[in-house]
Every structure is written in structure tokens, then in C-alpha cells.
Write a protein that binds this ligand. Structure first.
Ligand code: GLY
Ligand code: MN
Ligand code: MN
Length: 366
């Protein structure tokens, strides 16, 4: 019998009219093999061909891990001293995909691998990222358990951090404490570098923590996550260091209402863009529309950003098992930024916020 996950990717290939799918290290390959390989200078490509065992070109130092992954594969290992050309040539001979359609992850595969596939396989590369999203779109019970654990670790780490932050600390110090607090609680790799932004820096949605010091009367925006068994949490809360300014209170309450409207709109049968509309409407009606400069959210799982995107133009209907963020924000340049981000699981008759950290404006550091 075909391994169930192989069956899944074979079905995707057939439905998309592809003769094969070639994956490089990343979440899709992790999902299929249970292995988290590095995407580094050494090419590693696994070819999935319906009806056949996968064929892999693999650096020799990873051969043993891949061979033991539980899926029978034909391996073409290559060593650092001999280089990868002969292994790709031998794999191409076994695959016989000349002029065939090979699906690739257009957001992941690099020019390095694309050129090797072109040179040795002489296949037509077809972007298959959208089709492959089906692999990980619906979270099973084990995935939801891992997400809940990752979120619990992040939330407990946040509570610990809030007892430690004081005016005068730098953003970098705060980010470092958050990293340590998550690791101490069993968190794994960080799905992205934690964002800790103080004062006017909070108005940079994806700003980098730097030397800015926390000051009384200013916001602190924290956006961070961890992983458990490969599944990521992604939570944002914004706080006031000492008593908040009237402007922070004003903006905060609008974002909080937008977050609430988005969570209320999320349910099975609703197109993803309706959730975006629900949060955006609240922010637009309050007069801050131009300052909400990103989509409402994104899918969450083995990648911090995956399908379904919660964005205008995405008519994809939400269904039980999908997990995504709701993270409206208002960013007033040079002044103040607020974002409140939750992680939602679509259930049979609604949606559950897996993140439960309180959403009221909390005064910290005093
Ligand atoms: N943090 C917002 C986004 O990446 O969509
Ligand atoms: Mn986030
Ligand atoms: Mn997010």
C-alpha cells in the first residue's frame, strides 16, 4: 500500500496535471518525511512521481536520515568531494522526465535547483505552490495538539516576560528575554525572529528590534512565536509601558474591536476575504483605513505564513481544520502602532481562538 502522505502528494500531482513534483527542504518536505532539512548551499531535491517510489538527490551527510524516514526511496547521494552533477545525471536517467511537467515550489526553489532540473532533467518546471498548499491546509488532531502546545509556551513566556520588562530596557533585550523564556518552556525553533518594538517603532509592522529603550507612556509591540513538533505559534500583543497616552488608548480600542469583529466573522462556509472585510470595516469607520497596511491574516502551521491568506480577493471558503491568524493593526508613522494577533482554528460551527492571552490594553513595567 502507498504511504498515506505519498498518496496525498500523488493525488495533488494528478489533479494539477503534473508528471512529477520536485521538493526542496522546507515545510512540504518536512510534512511528508518528518525531517527538517537545511536549505543551504548543498542541493537536496526529492522527486515525487505518481505510482512510483520517490527519487532523491541527497548530500551524503543527509543520506542516512533520509533513508530512515519510513518512505521507501531511491537515493542518489553525492559527496562534497565529487560534487552533485553525477547524482543529478543518474537521477535524471532513472526519472525520465524529459519534456514532462514537473511541479515546483516557486516561493522556495532557488535558481540553483531550477537550473539543475533544467540542465539534467530537461523538464518543464511549473509553479505548484498553490496546488501543494492542499497538503497542509487542513490540520489533523496531532497538528492541532502541537499548535496548542506551541501557543501555550508562547503565552506562558509572554506572561513571564511582562514580569521582567522595565523602562530603560532595549528592544533587543526584550526580544532576547522572550526567546529564552520560550526555550525554557520547551519551545523549539523560532518560526521568525521575535519582533519587539518600542515607542514610535511600533508603527513599523515588521520592524527589527534595536537599541530603542522602553519609555513610560509609550507602547511596546511584541510579535513572536515558537514551534512544537514543527508547528508554529504566531501571537502579537501591544502593551503600554506605564500609563498609556490618549492616542494609544484611542488606536488600541479600534484595533481591539477590529480583532473582535474578525474573530466573530470566522466560521465555516465564509470566504476568507469576508474576515478581512470585517476587520477592515471597523478600522475604516474609525478613520484609520489608510494606516492598516497589510492583510488581516495568513494561514499558520508548519510555516508561519501559509494558506489560507485572509485578504481581499481570496474567495477561498473557510472549512473546519483550517488555521489562520487574525491580526489587524493601525500604524501611525513616527507616532504609534498597535497590532493584536490571534491564531484561529475553524471548527464545525464556528472558529476557536487558540490564543487566549487577554486582549485588553495592559500597563506593564511599573
Ligand atoms: N504581519 C502581517 C502579515 O505578514 O501579513
Ligand atoms: Mn505575528
Ligand atoms: Mn502573523
Amino acid at each position: 500500500m502507498t504511504h498515506p502522505r505519498l498518496h496525498q502528494i500523488h493525488e495533488i500531482a494528478i489533479a494539477a496535471g503534473l508528471d512529477a513534483i520536485a521538493l526542496v527542504p522546507g515545510a512540504n518536505l518536512h510534512h511528508l518525511t518528518g525531517l527538517d532539512f537545511h536549505l543551504m548551499e548543498r542541493p537536496l531535491v526529492v522527486f515525487f512521481v505518481p505510482g512510483r517510489d520517490p527519487v532523491a538527490v541527497v548530500p551524503a551527510l543527509e543520506e542516512e536520515r533520509l533513508a530512515a524516514c519510513g518512505i521507501p526511496m531511491t537515493l542518489f547521494p553525492w559527496s562534497d568531494s565529487e560534487g552533485f552533477g553525477a547524482a543529478f545525471a543518474a537521477a535524471a536517467g532513472a526519472l525520465r522526465l524529459r519534456s514532462k511537467r514537473v511541479g515546483v515550489e516557486e516561493l522556495r526553489m532557488r535558481v540553483l535547483e531550477a537550473n539543475l532540473l533544467d540542465e539534467y532533467l530537461d523538464a518543464t518546471l511549473v509553479p505548484a505552490g498553490q496546488a501543494l498548499a492542499a497538503l497542509r491546509l487542513y490540520k489533523d488532531a496531532e497538528a492541532v495538539r502541537a499548535l496548542r502546545e506551541a501557543i501555550a509556551i508562547s503565552q506562558a513566556a509572554l506572561e513571564k516576560l511582562l514580569g521582567l520588562v522595565r523602562p530603560g530596557m532595549t528592544e533587543r533585550e526584550v526580544a532576547g528575554l522572550l526567546i529564552v523564556a520560550q526555550l525554557e518552556r520547551g519551545g523549539g525553533k523560532h518560526p521568525f525572529e521575535p519582533i519587539a518594538l518600542a515607542g514610535p517603532n511600533s508603527a513599523l509592522p515588521h520592524g527589527e528590534p534595536g537599541e530603542r529603550r522602553l519609555a513610560v507612556g509609550e507602547p511596546l509591540l511584541l510579535d513572536f512565536g515558537t514551534t512544537v513538533r514543527g508547528y508554529a505559534s504566531d501571537i502579537t500583543r501591544t502593551f503600554s509601558v506605564g500609563e498609556p497616552s490618549p492616542r494609544l488608548v484611542e488606536v488600541y480600542e479600534v484595533v481591539r474591536a477590529a480583532n473582535e469583529a474578525g474573530r466573530a466573522a470566522a466560521k465555516p462556509g465564509v470566504p476568507a476575504q469576508e474576515v478581512d472585510r470585517a476587520t477592515r470595516q471597523v478600522i475604516e469607520e474609525a478613520g484609520f483605513g489608510p494606516y492598516f497596511t497589510h492583510r488581516t491574516g495568513h494561514g499558520l502551521g508548519m510555516e508561519a505564513h501559509e494558506e489560507p491568506n485572509i485578504v481581499e480577493g481570496n474567495a477561498q471558503v473557510l472549512e473546519p481544520g483550517m488555521v489562520f491568524t487574525i491580526e489587524p493593526g493601525i500604524y501611525l508613522p513616527g507616532e504609534v502602532g498597535v497590532r493584536i494577533e490571534d491564531n484561529m482554528l475553524v471548527t464545525a460551527n464556528g472558529a476557536e481562538s487558540l490564543t487566549t492571552f487577554p486582549r485588553g490594553l495592559r500597563v506593564i513595567g511599573v
